[in-house]
Design a protein around this ligand. Structure first.
Ligand SMILES: Cc1ncc(C[n+]2csc(CCOP(=O)(O)OP(=O)(O)O)c2C)c(N)n1
Length: 387
């Protein structure tokens, strides 16, 4: 089941997934998938059966503490103890699952409660949450800091794609000249051919993308999710200045000491920054950035035309896949060494055209993910196909 709505601006769309199982082992089998959805910030409702309340106090066939099992891997988990509570519990689960940062919620339905009459249910009212807007003062502080930086860089995370803010991010990069590094789950946030694209980070420390962030004095994180790539990896000496832009306040982390925190709707916050740059334009010196991008492109394209006999090089395979697929086609990666190759060597033109599970990073995503993407006619833009 999918549930979606679109804000009147046409900017925001949230989809919600539902999964249901029987009690006991059926519920236990959902654990990895639910944990993966939760840490990949996928709004999901898991509904599981449960033994009737009349046998909860004793050892009983397939009866176990399922809510206790789901609590650490969801945003919220609860049991429906009376039919009267169905509207509230369901409403709360949907609300929490879709609220930023979105994730998984679990509802448990005991078999005897499921049999109780429920004709007097009063459906809970629909709610459409408002989206917070950052203070103008904070936007001003952020722009001041970016203006005075020598080598700023943008680190874009999965929030930009989830919150539909790629267009505003692209504009921000173009008007300021600041290069964009993206995490695995933010692939496509910027067009691979853009001179501002500095490709994907989250690989080995000596990777060239790491150099782009290592040499910067200011990192502007946008929709950054540290579950994907921890700050101690890119800020081990805690010397970077950091501006944090996200729907939610920054996580507390000793390697993530934020100087300016821009909290609010991402597309709106970026639009406010873009307006500020428009009113008082500036552009950073792109020389260093262009040199790094040039080196990266050479490294990424090495072995693309490899025709030596024997096993094919991953670089050649991915270059061929990229050439065969259109800009809106969708590639799903599973988890393993191949994920690293895909992150590094498969570049994107559009958001949501390369899906990589990188929060919980559970194996087993690609095949069912591709089937469900095809079944739901998942289309990032245009008429892309799922591969
Ligand atoms: C469900 C699950 N089990 C175990 C792991 C740990 N793990 C990560 S990668 C990997 C090996 C993957 O091997 P393969 O599927 O052959 O891919 P390759 O590394 O060869 O690309 C394992 C066991 C995981 N991430 N998820």
């Amino acid at each position: 089941m999918r549930h979606s709505w679109r804000k009147s601006t046409g900017v925001w769309q949230a989809n919600l997934e539902c999964a249901s199982t029987t009690l006991g082992p059926g519920a236990a089998n959902l654990v990895t998938g639910v944990a993966n959805a939760n840490m990949d910030r996928v709004p999901l409702i898991a509904i599981t059966g449960q033994a009737g309340i009349e046998r909860w106090h004793k050892e009983s066939h397939q009866a176990m503490d399922v809510v206790g099992m789901f609590k650490p891997i969801t945003k919220w988990a609860s049991t429906i103890l009376t039919p009267h509570n169905v509207p509230e519990v369901v409403h709360k689960a949907f609300k929490l699952a879709t609220a930023e940062k979105s994730g998984a919620c679990h509802i448990e339905l005991p078999e005897d409660v499921a049999r109780m009459p429920s004709d007097d249910l009063d459906p809970s009212q629909k709610s459409r949450p408002t989206r917070p807007v950052p203070d103008q003062d904070v936007i001003f502080d952020a722009l001041q800091m970016i203006r005075s930086a020598k080598s700023p860089v943008i680190l874009a995370g999965n929030g930009v794609i989830r919150l539909g803010a790629s267009a505003e991010l692209r504009k921000f990069a173009e008007t300021t000249g600041i290069g964009v590094i993206n995490t695995f789950m933010a692939k496509g946030v910027i067009n691979q051919d853009s001179v501002y694209s500095l490709f994907t980070i989250g690989l080995q420390a000596r990777d060239l993308v790491f150099r782009a962030i290592y040499e910067s004095d200011l990192v502007v994180t946008i929709g950054y999710d540290m579950a994907e790539y921890a700050p101690n990896m890119w800020n081990p000496d805690r010397e970077k200045k950091i501006i944090h832009l996200d729907f939610v306040p920054a996580e507390v982390d000793e390697n993530y000491r934020v100087e300016v925190e821009v909290v609010g709707d991402l597309a709106h916050a970026l639009q406010m920054l873009n307006d500020g740059v428009h009113d008082n334009p500036f552009e950073i010196d792109p020389t260093r950035q262009h040199a790094v991008r040039h080196e990266m492109m050479q490294e990424i394209s090495a072995h693309e035309d490899d025709d030596t006999k024997g096993p094919m090089r991953p670089q050649k395979v991915l270059a061929d896949v990229r050439a065969a697929l259109g800009p809106s086609d969708v590639l799903l990666s599973d988890v393993g060494a191949h994920k690293m190759w895909i992150a590094r060597h498969y570049q994107c033109y559009e958001p949501n055209t390369c899906l990589i599970p990188n929060g919980f990073a559970s194996m087993g995503f690609a095949l069912p993910g591709t089937i469900s993407a095809a079944m739901t006619k998942f289309r990032p833009k245009g008429n892309g196909n799922c591969r």
